[in-house]
Design a protein around this ligand. Structure first.
Ligand code: NI
Length: 228
């Protein structure tokens, strides 16, 4: 499932993140790439342990905490500490690649299975040309460029790329989510069920017998499928 999450960051958080990242010590993006994707990758990335990175990581993780649709869609079990990349000038693209299935968190060594990939856009679309995130699909490959502060959630299983940025700079945060529900199909069913349930609760009230019954069904499916 491909999902556009709107206004994950408030305008204030976005401004703060951009200010910190503008003064940050950017480096070669290939440090976190595997052998195959290092050949495709040509961008800049923020060193994982630097102060700027830690500051904006905390800001992004805090914003995710309060985003109900993110929780409903991703059912996160673990979130890889957000990374930051910048495309522009001579380091401006990332050709087709797949993300590693397992990522190791620096320091703790914890393993995160990359069920979902996330790209949180930090530059406005009018600030750069090119830079679309393209997710390969045999029928039609979507070409995505979201407003700053919005986030794209897409399956970790995809082949994807970032088109060359030919003007300006494209700054984004990217990271992965290990979901409590491993199957994309099951997660999708729970997401749809939750959305319909929210509508039912809004229209008929929390005490509505059907709303209570279907809430039970939602939790029973989650209990059956989740690896919490
Ligand atoms: Ni990738």
């Amino acid at each position: 499932m491909l999902l556009h999450l709107r206004q994950v960051l408030t305008p204030q958080e976005l401004a703060q993140a951009r200010e910190v990242l503008a003064a940050a010590p950017w480096g070669d993006g290939r440090v976190t790439a595997g052998v195959q994707s290092a050949l495709a990758k040509n961008n800049e990335q923020l060193p994982q342990g630097c102060e700027a990175s830690r500051n904006v990581q905390a800001l992004v993780l805090n914003a995710l905490q309060r985003h109900a649709m993110f929780f409903s869609a991703a059912l996160p079990r673990q979130i890889f500490p957000p990374l930051f990349n910048r495309y522009g000038g001579v380091t401006n693209a990332f050709a087709n690649h797949v993300d590693n299935a397992i990522r190791y968190v620096p320091g703790s060594g914890a393993r995160v299975r990359t069920d979902l990939s996330c790209t949180l856009f930090l530059s406005e679309p009018h600030e750069y040309d090119g830079g679309e995130l393209v997710i390969e699909d045999p029928f039609e490959s979507p070409r995505l460029k979201l407003p700053a502060g919005d986030m794209l959630l897409y399956p970790g299983t995809s082949v994807h790329r970032v088109e060359p940025v030919t003007r300006g700079q494209r700054i984004a945060s990217f990271f992965w989510v290990e979901s409590m529900v491993r199957s994309d199909e099951q997660r999708r069913l729970l997401f749809d069920l939750d959305a319909h349930l929210m509508r039912l609760r809004t229209e008929h009230g929390e005490a509505d017998a059907a709303a209570i019954g279907i809430t039970g069904t939602y939790h029973n499916l989650l209990r059956m499928w989740a690896n919490a």
